[in-house]
Design a binder for this molecule. Structure first.
Ligand code: SF4
Ligand code: SF4
Length: 319
């Protein structure tokens, strides 16, 4: 499945210590004009997307959200929304359901405020509302046949079995469809603001405990990351190089960032160009081939994990 991942705004209402879109960062341009968000129909079919993913920043803050949803709904794409969940009270969820959003991914790093607030500095009352919003969403799952996923950013504060197991337990109790873990990465903001959140070789002991405990649970393969994900993290933080040729981004996703269609934020040498450039099938194939040929120049870093599908493994185990 190839997704079109659209950054619809860089406005946000959260203060995540690892993210440049945090409200604490006054140095960024947050608004994205609507003409940079609507990919022409011929390019959509040329790139062969099967899902639209709306993200940000925090997409529920964008004044362009409704027109963007309407545009892609009229082209019959399934739509997934990635949100921090703060604005997703029952009224807002019902509006989004009316606007054809059927898949919600909530970014939440812990169900304990003490841990959550080390990563994401919001007040306790906002956190309680967020938990209430999550409960409402989970109540809607069966009624509305929704897909609800959780995105958990692993940092030095929450990369512990107790935290991981609590998230998995509550997700199973509430019929959450999927829990995706990914390591925190440093986009330059984190090392200035909260370097202690970085994962390092000091987290290896906990990562090995998490891998062993998850292996014992025999969880369904579409519910959470495979054991190989935890093995890859252990290798990465042990200093072992992962294989960039296993990167799945050219198959899996295209990012729409300020009007330019890209493979990845970090690998800037090839992109598809501006959204209004007419992309023929053969141009798409040539651009993809060039990108794949250059993959060996990449180094797999923590940020490379977030764009891969949930079942991705960099170093596949030998069967
Ligand atoms: S991680 Fe998400 S919620 Fe947190 S500041 Fe960044 S965009 Fe906002
Ligand atoms: S930087 Fe990482 S995610 Fe991006 S293309 Fe290279 S290996 Fe893939």
């Amino acid at each position: 499945m190839r997704e079109l991942i659209i950054d619809i705004t860089y406005q946000c209402n959260s203060n995540c210590n690892y993210c440049q879109w945090s409200t604490f960062n006054f140095l960024i341009d947050r608004i994205i004009p609507i003409k940079q968000l609507l990919v022409p129909e011929n390019n959509l079919s040329g790139l062969k997307f099967s899902r639209i993913v709306i993200t940000g920043g925090e997409p529920t803050l964008s004044e362009n959200l409704s027109p963007v949803l309407k545009y892609y709904k009229n082209l019959n794409f399934p739509i997934r929304l990635i949100s921090n969940g703060i604005e997703l009270d029952s009224k807002r969820v019902n509006k989004l359901l009316d606007e054809s959003v059927r898949e919600f991914i909530i970014s939440i790093d812990s169900i304990s405020y003490d841990i959550y607030s080390i990563n994401r500095a919001i007040s306790y009352s906002i956190f309680l509302n967020l938990m209430k919003n999550l409960e409402y969403l989970s109540e809607c799952i069966n009624k509305e046949d929704l897909f609800i996923g959780l995105n958990v950013v692993l940092t030095n504060s929450n990369c512990k079995w107790e935290n991981v197991s609590n998230i998995l337990r509550i997700s199973m109790e509430r019929s959450i469809s999927q829990v995706k873990f990914q390591p925190v990465f440093d986009d330059g903001y984190l090392s200035q603001r909260a370097p202690l959140l970085l994962l390092t070789n000091k987290n290896l002991k906990q990562l090995k405990i998490i891998r062993r405990k998850i292996e014992d649970l025999h969880l369904p393969s579409d519910f959470t990351n495979p054991i190989g994900f935890w093995s890859d993290l252990i290798k990465l933080f042990s200093g072992i190089k992962l294989n960039p040729l296993k990167c799945n981004v050219s198959e899996n996703a295209v990012l729409l960032h300020k009007g330019v269609l890209k493979f990845c934020f970090w690998c800037q040498h090839t992109n598809y160009g501006k959204i209004n450039k007419n992309l023929t099938k053969s141009m798409v194939q040539t651009i993809r081939r060039k990108f794949d040929e250059d993959l060996s120049k990449c180094e797999v870093l923590p940020q490379c994990f977030c764009l891969q599908p949930i079942d991705h493994e960099w170093n596949l185990r030998k069967s």
